[in-house]
Structure formats: C-alpha cells, structure tokens
Design a protein around this ligand. Structure first.
Ligand code: PSU
Ligand code: MN
Length: 304
C-alpha cells in the first residue's frame, strides 16, 4: 500500500474544500544552493498562504510520500546531502525501498494527482535538451504533462533547453502551452522571447475553466501555463546567451549526462552570473506561486 501522508495544514484545507497548490522539492535539493533553497521554499509557501490558498510541498521521506511538509521536514530535506532526484521512473522504487528523495515536476504531478490537487507551481519544467538528436535527453516532465491532469505554472522553458524542440514535443503530445497575459512565450529568466506562444490566456478563471473543460471532455493530461517573470526581475536573454553556451560546453567536456545535466547547468549559470540567475529564479518561482494560488481558488469556486 502506498503510504501517503498529508500535513495537518493540507488535511484541514482539503476537508474544508479550500484551494491547495502543490510545490516540487527537486528545486530545493538540486535547483538552488543552501541556504537560499530553504529560504525560498518557505517564502513561496507563505506567498501561497497570503494569496488565500494552502501550499503542499511534495517529497518522499523514509518511504513515505509527503503531501505538505512541516518546518522540521523541510529543514531536513534542504540540509540533506545526496538526496535522490525522483522522476516518474524512480518514485515507486524509492517508496518500496523506504528511501528519501525529492520530486521533479513529473513525480510531483503524479503525487499531486493522487492527493487530489489540481494546481502546481514551480520555476521551470524539464524539456528537450540542446543536442537531444544525439543524446536523446528529453525530460519525463513532458510525457507527464500529456497524461496527468494537473495544471503546472512555470516561467516558460529555460534557455538551457532547446525551446523549439520542447514546444514541438509538447504539441505532438497534445499539451496546451498557455502564455499568461502576453503573446510571446516567456523564457524563464527573461520575460519575453522571439517565440510566439501557442496559446494565450489573460485571466486565472479562464485557465481554471480550461482545466475543468479538459476533464469534462475526457482528455487526459494537464496544462502548462507559462507565466512571465516580472520585468523588474528579469535578465535579458542576450546577456545570458554566452553564459549558457559556456556552461553547456563545460557540461559536454566533463561528460555530464542524464539526471545531472539540469542541476549542473543551473549551478554553473549561478556561479557565472555571480548569483544573479538565482535572484531571478527566486522572483519567478514566487510569481508563479501567486498565479497558481489564483487558479486554485477559481477551481475551488467555479463561476465566482
Ligand atoms: N528547472 C529549474 N529548476 C529545477 C528544475 C527545473 O529551474 O530544479 C528541476 C525540476 O524538478 C524538473 C527537473 O522537473 O529539474 C527536470 O530534470 P530533467 O531535465 O532531468 O528531467
Ligand atoms: Mn534529462
């Protein structure tokens, strides 16, 4: 049997049919350095509460799938070393073996859906890596969006990915990619890109209605909402391009592969921008949490 443990806050919210927003934990263990990782995790949870919803950070601790972490549990995860990065392929094995691990976007979607949570906020999803035509490195996050009915709010594909190939795969899989409030596809650290977003919605209630409509139509899968980073926090794409290229060249030279690619690139870009990439990353995750809370509230009270 799956051992699923909801935090007291999440249990109460669900009993009272209040809006809940899921959060992933790989961003804590593999996406940001200590102590900014735990500070950000706490701040993002508070942003969701301030917006009138309840946060549910998801992780596996000693073989238990946690939906919402207490302060102590969050601290433990953020301070732990060599925590496993759990995607769809890893989740059941980790639970069966009594292990501890942080959930990626794919695994967080699976857990959120099991727990009856429809909306999830993160920074960026995994996608098609540059050079995927030879490495075959395509994140399981994309397949998950195609099959698990959770609306994921992210800041658009990171420039470390091949944006065009990522969009092509999402289109093939039938995943709606919805830019929030603009025509251009946001590009993570930058609010806009030269790519026109496949879809656009300007209101959280419409995003919630589209989520509900998929279910009504019997369409499996979720939605990807691409929420632009606030302009005052963005790093222009042109100034990042050479840094990303350098980080990518280092990854290749050092033979970094598979699950290590995304954490390696994020860490190198953090160092090469003197921390500026992390400041922007924190701002965009908080911005996504606020939008996710609005969508979750609309899903709770349709038509209000
Ligand atoms: N993007 C970020 N920070 C992250 C990740 C993505 O800005 O920490 C994490 C997410 O958990 C995402 C995972 O699901 O990386 C994708 O990893 P991979 O490319 O190995 O599937
Ligand atoms: Mn990968």
């Amino acid at each position: 049997m799956i051992d699923l443990q909801s935090s007291p806050e999440v249990t109460e919210a669900q009993a009272r049919r209040r809006p809940v927003v899921a959060l992933e934990s790989t961003i804590i263990t593999h996406g940001m350095p200590f102590p900014q990782n735990v500070d950000t995790a706490r701040r993002v949870e508070q942003d969701i509460r301030d917006a009138g919803a309840v946060p549910a950070t998801i992780a596996v601790l000693d073989g238990v799938l946690h939906i919402g972490l207490t302060d102590t549990e969050l601290d433990r995860l953020a301070n732990a070393e060599h925590v496993a990065k759990l995607s769809r392929a890893d989740l059941a094995v980790c639970l069966a073996a009594g292990g501890t691990g942080a959930t990626t976007v794919a695994a967080t979607m699976i857990a959120a859906h099991l727990a009856g949570i429809a909306v999830f906020a993160t920074g960026g999803i995994g996608g098609v890596h540059k050079g995927a035509e030879s490495s075959f490195d395509i994140s399981a996050d994309l397949q998950e969006l195609a099959q698990t009915p959770v609306t994921v709010v992210a800041a658009g594909p990171k420039a470390i990915l091949d944006i065009h190939k990522t969009l092509e795969v999402l289109e093939t899989l039938g995943v709606p990619v919805i830019a929030y409030g603009q025509d251009s596809l946001p590009a993570f650290w930058s609010a806009t890109s030269e790519v026109h977003a496949p879809l656009r919605l300007d209101r959280p209630d419409r995003i919630a209605a589209a989520h509900a409509m998929r279910a009504d139509m019997g369409l499996p899968g979720g939605q990807l909402v691409a929420n632009p980073i606030p302009q005052e926090d963005e790093i222009p794409a042109a100034s990042l391009a050479p840094i990303i290229a350098r980080a990518q060249a280092e990854a290749e030279a050092q033979g970094i592969a598979s699950k290590s690619v995304t954490p390696f690139l994020l860490d190198r870009i953090f160092a090469l921008t003197d921390g500026a990439s992390l400041t922007a990353n924190i701002a965009l995750v908080r911005n996504n949490a606020r939008l996710a809370a609005e969508i979750a509230k609309c899903l709770c009270n349709p038509g209000s």
